[in-house]
Design a protein. Structure first.
Length: 143
């Protein structure tokens, strides 16, 4: 019975950690916008969450990331990394939309939009966790 109560919180806790990781990666891209030769990085949040939560497709190797922005730009057009390990297993290089002379692949407009979108989703996940906590507390107290 307790497992049923905590499973949802565990899922949202994993989502919160992944949102924080993605925010860190995007912030790193923005910080290196003027670094010559810097390659922007990102990961597909849905695949990372599926792998972290043990959902369908989580067995074995991580799912491959999209190779182009043919899906409307939702994944940002990532190229999978070969031999990535540890916390960077899902990180991929972002496909350049506007080539630059210095080889930097950071598109500041796209990165800022992704940063704001991820921040809003992080806040929503926090609010959901807080709401679930309050609901469980009121159920325990019998209110």
């Amino acid at each position: 019975m307790l497992d049923n109560l905590t499973n949802s919180l565990d899922f949202h806790a994993k989502a919160l950690v992944l949102r924080a990781d993605r925010q860190r990666v995007i912030a790193g891209n923005i910080a290196n916008a003027d670094t010559p030769g810097f390659a922007a990085r990102d990961f597909d949040f849905a695949d990372a969450l599926r792998n972290a939560s043990g959902g369908p497709g989580a067995q074995g190797a991580p799912l491959p990331m999209a190779h182009s922005a043919a899906d409307g730009g939702r994944t940002g057009g990532h190229i999978p990394l070969a031999g990535a390990a540890g916390s960077e297993a899902g990180l991929g290089y972002t496909v350049q939309t506007q080539p630059s002379v210095d080889g930097n692949s950071v598109d500041l407009d796209r990165e800022r939009a992704a940063f704001a979108d991820n921040a809003v989703r992080y806040e929503a996940t926090l609010r959901f966790i807080n709401g679930q906590g309050k609901t469980m507390l009121s159920a325990i107290q019998g209110q």
